[in-house]
Write a protein that binds this ligand. Structure first.
Ligand code: MRU
Length: 346
């Protein structure tokens, strides 16, 4: 993708405001940690890796503005900013992983003065962004061979360039397969309630000239039954050590349907999406979002305003439904046993 989802320009964090896509390509340019928090909360920046990168820059801009006079005081400001940003969204572990990396810089004692510590913090945020680009490329390389000439691929939500610092996760595998010269069709779930599939994934795939078919979420079973789908690939927001995966609400249903139709269901994610502290998906916090996201569609009310609503933003797909996990460190298949802990970076 030639457009840049998230970057550092002229002393400011620059994000595409994804709430405006596909109608308008608008940017948010900020050096204010509150604006970063708000952008994450309302999904102006979204997707697990991109949330982590935005969080890291959020800490960096808070540090750059800090009036702390010594390293200890600046370290406290960094911890305060990281704790504040950690309250924006609970499910994608990349946010907490990136915030921990930023806190570790502040705690390291490497900097001899505030100016140096501020520079180290900004460098770390830039490194997180740069690393993610590389991780995306590797996921593409490790996943492309799963997509064969003539295949129908189903994806859910958006796990593309808009969700990462690079080419994406699930979509990176798709883009790499295209670059290998293979022709295939990608079916895109619209992904209610916020329509990341319809608004973002369809936009990215068309931009890359990939044969794209948009369906509503409730059509996936029928499309599978008609024999149009050979494999499913989605991204992930948090992966437990046993291979259970939290991803956008609806993923669990698709994985179940895929199993019923003997279609392989794959996850693509960087190792930074693995939560090495949890054994199973039961420990993953699921974000609950505002009722208005369900009551309204495209700004228009589609249900009685006083109806009770349940709006979990994510679900957990049990590992037994997952045929393989494509990571930047390789492709792991069941039994996941010791394989996922083995992907640990240290
Ligand atoms: O609520 P969102 O849009 O942040 O949810 C995004 C997803 O569920 C993605 O599939 C996931 O973060 C993987 S992004 C590479």
């Amino acid at each position: 993708m030639s457009i840049e989802t998230i970057g550092w320009h002229k002393g400011k964090l620059r994000l595409i405001d994804q709430t405006e896509l596909p109608g308008k390509l608008k940017y948010i340019s900020t050096d204010d940690v509150n604006v970063v928090w708000d952008a994450i909360k309302r999904l102006a920046v979204r997707g697990a890796p991109a949330i982590g990168i935005a969080g890291a820059f959020g800490v960096a801009v808070a540090a750059l503005k800090s009036r702390a006079k010594d390293c200890d005081a600046l370290k406290n400001d960094v911890i305060k900013a990281a704790d504040y940003l950690s309250g924006s969204r609970p499910t994608a572990v990349n946010l907490f992983w990136a915030l921990e990396r930023m806190k570790a810089v502040a705690r390291s004692g490497r900097a001899e003065n505030c100016k140096r510590m501020k520079q180290f913090l900004l460098d770390e945020a830039k490194n997180i962004l740069k690393d993610d680009k590389i991780r995306c490329r590797k996921i593409g390389e490790n996943g492309e061979r799963l997509i064969k000439e003539g295949d129908g691929v189903l994806t859910h939500c958006n796990a593309g360039a808009l969700a990462t610092g690079g080419a994406g996760t699930a979509l990176s595998a798709i883009f790499s397969a295209k670059r290998k010269g293979r022709k295939f069709t990608v079916y895109v779930d619209e992904t209610r309630p916020l329509l990341q599939g319809a608004r973002l994934t369809a936009w990215e795939l068309l931009h890359e000239k990939i044969d794209t078919v948009l369906i509503t979420d409730n059509m996936a079973g029928q499309v599978m039954k008609e024999g149009k789908i050979n494999l499913v690939i989605t991204g992930a927001d948090r992966i437990a050590l046993n291979g259970d995966v939290a991803n956008k609400i609806g993923t669990y249903g698709i994985a179940t349907l895929a199993k019923a139709h003997a279609i392989p269901f794959y996850i693509a994610a960087p190792v930074s999406t693995i939560d090495f502290s949890i054994k199973t998906g039961g420990e993953i916090p699921i974000e609950q979002r505002d009722a208005d996201e369900i009551i309204k569609c495209g700004g228009k009310r589609i249900a009685p305003g006083n109806v009770r609503v349940y709006n979990p933003a994510f679900d957990v797909t049990p590992s037994h439904l997952i045929a393989g996990i494509i990571t930047d460190k390789g492709f792991v298949t069941p039994p996941y046993g010791k394989k996922i802990p083995g992907l640990g970076e240290r």
